[in-house]
Every structure is written in structure tokens, then in C-alpha cells.
Design a binder for this molecule. Sequence first.
Ligand code: BGC
Length: 561
Amino acid sequence: MALQAATQKMVAEFDYPASDVNKGVKEFLREMDEGLGETGTTMSQIPTYVTAVPNGKEKGLYLAVDLGGTNFRVCSIMLKGDTTFSLVQSKVAIPKELMVAKTSQELFSFLAKQIELFLEKHHNDHFEATVRRRRTASASEGYKDQEYFQLGFTFSFPVQQVGINKGYLIRWTKGFDIKDTVGKDVCSLLQDEINALQLPVKVAALVNDTVGTLMARSYTSPNRTSTLLGAIFGTGTNGAYVEKLDQVKKLSIGESSKDYDQTTGDMIINTEWGSFDNHLSALPNTPYDDALDKESNNPGIQMFEKRISGMFLGEILRRALLVLANNTEAAFCSDVDSSKNDIRSTASIGPNSTLYKQWGLDTSFLSVVVGDTTPTLKIVRQALEKDLDIDAASYEDAVTVKALAYAVGRRAARLSAVAIGAIVLKSHRLETDDVIDVGVDGSLVEYYPNFEEMIREALREIPEIGPMGERKIQIGIAKDGSGVGAALIAWSAAQRYSGSSDESNEAETPSDPTNPASNANVDTVADPNRRPSLGQKIKHSFRRSISGLLGKNDNEASPST
Ligand code: BGC
């Protein structure tokens, strides 16, 4: 009984009622406007300079790399010129020590090395040809631009972007902490290391993962609907959306050069909503949130992200469970004798349990536990044993763990609705459109049971949206969209550099590209032609929806923007 009462009390601490959701939406809208007007605000609202419009006929082989919170992915994407593509990719976990390396060079040389390995493995013909050419090339001649792969660099951290392939790191997030990188142009850091390896690769575009997700979702979205928002709910959280250029007031007060296409009237904005309400005027705050933040490597920063994303939810739950374990009256996982335990044993927490260690509980634990529908909660108990070295947990203990894991996840989903709801309202599309498309990606939205449904429930509680508006909001997974999105943006950038009006863009392709689809030794090959639903959607919607995304119709789409 004591445990039940203590659990209920704790679960209530994670309540985030409708009134708070609405307060959150108002503050979110205020911070969005503030961020569009000036720099240095809580929510950065970073202009991405993505306004160029691919027209669906582009051809060429592009590289894309993605430095996320956990993995580094390298992929090549063959745009086939008929609006289909093939993609080859490989992925490595980022070594923990590199996330907190002493110098940027340690991290970026590792990244360049992975690109080299990828080219060697998957594009050996081109790699070899380039190596041979390099040996014979005269120093003065150098390389011709055509010899280069154009690379889209998905860098999933806050960057002050000042051009399509230039951006200075504002701060690290998600456990990265390399002081020396802050304030530096991350494209140059990568390019320098690529050059040191003499690789034929040009970093052509800098892309946040949310922007890539938005681009990719936009051309695969059902019913040719242009996408409003790309959002990540994974290790970190963030969103990028389509904003009217005239709303981005800080651009007109000299934040940037005017070196971007203004004809579309729109620009994609990377909100960096992880830092929404760092001053906690509207966000919920429990003792567990507070302790997590104070002991993190960036206290006071990314406060929204610290309540929503995969990097943090396990840690919030761990801290809550630890408080319960230390409450002798509650007797969590500590039976006086076996009569108190439904499996006639006595529960115990191993002395080396990671329950006692910071970051000792992975967020995947929450998904597993919440998904357990067995009558005896045996999956919860297995997970307790495996992940936390808790032996013979009773049914009551398991009920507690499931209830708390649910409460933490539900609050995260309802907070996510604040961001999505505010952006939908700001766009005014509810007034005009039948469908408002949102592309999402990330482990939480993919694996936490009913995450989307819980978001929807909260969206209905926002009076300006309500059940009618909520039904118009279409949320779809854009799995690994950042790769294709980055390639598309690299394509657009390459067009601009060359000033080419050649629709096929063959001048931008490497001279002898290997076709990834024909390479048998690949880590993964995704060919839309082999996946009818995705393939068909791409076929029909690539040109229109990218155009729509950027506010142009097909006839206006210009390949040379
Ligand atoms: C970063 C964002 C990124 C998000 C999702 C956050 O920590 O600040 O730039 O988009 O994680 O990966």
C-alpha cells in the first residue's frame, strides 16, 4: 500500500494538464517570434538559406553524411533523373571519447576517415581513378570541379548558419562537449580533414537533420501535400518548418549577406526548439528534472529537450526510481519477507546496479516496459533484471515501474504537442488547407508505444486546434530522411555554384560515378523502385511537393536557383 501511494504521488508530479499545454503554446509562439526578430534568443530560429528548388529531373551521385547524437552515417544517393533514387549507406557508432575530445580535429578526422572507408568500399572505381589521377596530376592544374563528389553534411546541433555551406557551432548538445569547436565553421573543419586525406569531396551544403527530414518528407508525403514541419524525437529533439521570408525579420537587419534566392518568398527555419523556455516560465519541473539538469554538462540549456528526448527520459525515470528505492517506507524492490512478493521470493537491487549510476538507464527501457501487456508484467520484470540488476521484483514493483515509465513518456509526448501545435497555429494553414503534413523521425516517436496518439490527444486540447484541426494534421515517419534531404540540398547548392541551367546537372556529377544500385557489396541498398508505396509516391510527388514546399508551382520551378 505504501508503495502504491508513493507511486501515485510521483506519477502526479509528471502530470501536464491541458491548461499547461495551452500556456506552453502561447510561450512557444512568443519565443518563435522573438527568435525571428533577433539573434541570441532562447529559441534560435536559425535561417537555413534553403530556398532553392529541385525540379525532379536532376541526375547525379551525391554523398551525404549525418552526425547525429549516437551514430555517424555515410551514404551516397544516386538521383536518377526520373525522380527515383538509390541509396547506399553505412553507419558507425560515434566513440564516446570523441564526443568529449580535447580538439575538434580528433572528431573531424575520424569523420573524414569514415568517408574515405566508404568511398573505398562502395565507390572504388571512382576512388581508384581519383587516386591515380592524383598521382599524375600536376600541382598547378589541381582537380577539376567535376571530379568531386558534392557532399551534404547533416550536422544535428545548433549552428549559426551564414550560408548554404557555412555555419558556426553555437553550442554542443546531446552529451557532446568539445570546447574548441564552439564558434567554428563546422563545414571548414570537415573540409580540412577531407583535404588532409586528399579525398575528392566538396562539402557543398550544411543541413540540420530536421531540415533533411522536412525535405525528404515533403517529396514522399502522401497526396502531394507540401510538408510544413520536419521534427526529430530521438536522442535529441528539434523541428524545422517553412516560414514566410518577410517574417524572418533578422535577415533584413543585416544578419546575413543577401546571397540566397529570395524569389520563393519562403525559407526553412531550424527552430532549435530543444532550448525552448530555458528560463522555465512554462515548462513543468520536477525534482528529477532539476537534478538531471544540474548534473548535466550544460545546466540551464536545452530544457525542453531534457524533458522530451531519448537522451534524457531514461535518466529522469532512473532518478525517480532511485528516490523510491531510498524511501524505506515505500519498500520498492525490497520485501521484508517472501510472503510480500507474488513470486514468493524477496526482491533485491544488486549493489552494482546502474540504478545508482548517472545515465544508467537507457530510454529504450521505457518503451519496453510501457509495451508490456502481459497479465503478470513479466517483461517489465525481465527488463528490471537485465537492465538494472533487480532480482525477483514483485508484481507491485513492476506496476510502479510501468506507471512511472508511462508518466514520463506521456509528459514528453504532451510537451511535443506544444511545439507541433504552436507551429501549426503560426502557419495559419488550418484556415486554408485540408491536410497539414508533418514528417517525424527518431527512436522515441518510432518505438515508444502510442507516442503519436498521446501527441494527438494534447493537440485536441488546444482550443484553436480542437478535434477538427487535429484531424487535419497528418503525421508520418520520414525514416532516415536526413540522407536524401541532405543530397537534395547538396544538389541545389551545386546548381548555384555552377550557375548551371542544365536540368540534368550532369556537370556536377563525378566523372565516372559508380552506380550504387549495381554494387552487390553494400551495407544497405534502398531502391524506391523496389518499394512500390514509397517509389510511387516519389515518382509523382518529387517535383510538385518540393516546389510546393518552397512556395512555387511546377511551372515556376527553376533549376538554376
Ligand atoms: C540539436 C538539434 C538536432 C536535434 C535532433 C538537438 O540536440 O540541438 O540541432 O536537430 O538534437 O537531432
